[in-house]
Design a protein around this ligand. Structure first.
Ligand code: FAQ
Length: 328
């Protein structure tokens, strides 16, 4: 992957000859597969890249609770409601591990959340789409968590120890999430014609945004080459997107659903599915804040933060009192 990315010339990485002694030693440890830990020396740019990616990832997990939160009160059975609630709580947990992983790099969680609430921080484009029917709970679990797993399994082997270790548990839980989503799709597809139509409609709306989750094409990805050199990224955006298509199309066929891409075809020679062009203008528009739900998502997060102020203050007051008592 790294060689291919460098060939694009888009994102020049520093050659060993241009590095100082400390940086060369750092790169040698990365190349040898040694994990970098919080107290180890690291280049500022490595630290910044990790803070950027891990905090965006944490924000995604937190904002990602909202589309599914929309259906908790309307889940069709008690069992489905319990499963959905457990899944959403897992996503909150992922956000907390990830904020903790980011904090090991010297940033504060409050500052990261302030950037999110001010609309300055990115989170995954996918969470700016609305969940219009119960079938969307199936499609989100199947396609969105499914894509998240494909992207995140390699992160369990990334060079930064605290991030890699956090991802192990996250991936195990994401795998349960994807299974529950597929199970919802399976029930709907084995149900009435109306239920199957709901499942098809959800697939139609979530397919392309799910492919966009993997980020811009390799030719457009500004961060990939450097992140590959540092072994933060082990596979490119396009490689992982292809993996998602190859894995998911047979699953759609098993459900009896049609992937909404007239150009989709299996290439027996390569063993991969070829798929149609992604509408990158939609992706960039969502990133600019103009997706269907960007404003609503941010407003909900800001309100949650403001409403929780009394609780955070109470925790600090309690901790201060306890510390004062211990010191007396
Ligand atoms: N949305 O140069 P690249 C989940 C930005 S968790 C928004 O390729 P990079 C679980 C990118 O940040 C989902 N922005 O960047 C769940 C960069 O902007 P910057 C989140 C995007 O970092 C399920 C610019 O475009 N997962 O789903 C997106 O090398 C259900 C150029 O892009 C992670 O965060 C996007 N889709 O690669 C929760 C995984 N794509 O910062 C609840 C970790 C790209 O330079 C319910 N992250 N951008 O201003 C990664 O693997 C990487 O950061 C990528 C992007 C692959 C997302």
């Amino acid at each position: 992957m790294y060689a291919q990315l460098v060939e694009t010339g888009l994102n020049q990485v520093q050659s060993l000859a241009d590095m100082g002694e400390e940086e060369r030693a750092f790169q040698a440890r990365i190349d040898a597969g040694v994990k970098i830990e919080a107290k180890d020396w690291m280049p500022d740019a490595y630290r910044k890249t990790l803070i950027r990616q891990i905090s965006q990832h944490a924000h995604s997990e937190i904002v990602g609770q909202l589309p599914e939160g929309n259906w908790v009160t309307r889940a069709p059975t008690l069992k489905r409601k319990s499963i959905l609630l457990a899944k959403i709580q897992d996503e909150a947990g992922h956000g907390l591990y990830l904020y903790s992983a980011a904090e090991t790099l010297g940033v504060s969680r409050d500052d990261l959340i302030a950037a999110l609430n001010a609309g300055k921080a990115k989170y995954s484009s996918i969470f700016n789409y609305p969940t219009l029917s119960w079938a969307d709970m199936g499609a989100v679990g199947w396609l969105v968590d499914g894509s998240a797993i494909i992207n995140q399994i390699p992160l369990c082997r990334c060079s930064y120890g605290p991030y890699a270790r956090a991802m192990i548990r996250v991936c195990k839980e994401e795998s349960f999430h994807a299974r529950q989503g597929y199970d919802i799709m399976l029930s709907l597809c084995n149900g009435t014609p109306e239920q199957k139509a709901m499942a098809q409609d959800a697939l139609n709306r979530w397919w392309w945004p799910s492919l966009m989750m993997f980020g811009p094409s390799d030719a457009e990805s500004v961060n990939s080459a450097q992140s590959a050199q540092w072994r933060i990224k082990l596979f490119s955006n396009d490689e992982l997107r292809q993996r998602m298509v190859d894995q998911t199309v047979p699953q759609a066929e098993f459900l009896g659903l049609t992937v909404p891409d007239p150009d989709l075809k299996f290439n027996a020679a390569t063993g991969h599915y070829e798929f149609g062009a992604i509408d990158w203008s939609e992706f960039h528009n969502v990133l600019k804040g103009n997706g269907p739900c960007n404003k609503e998502r941010l407003k909900t997060r800001v309100k949650a933060w403001d409403d929780g102020a009394w609780f955070r203050e109470a925790l600090v007051a309690y901790a201060d009192k306890k510390a004062a008592r211990a010191a007396a």
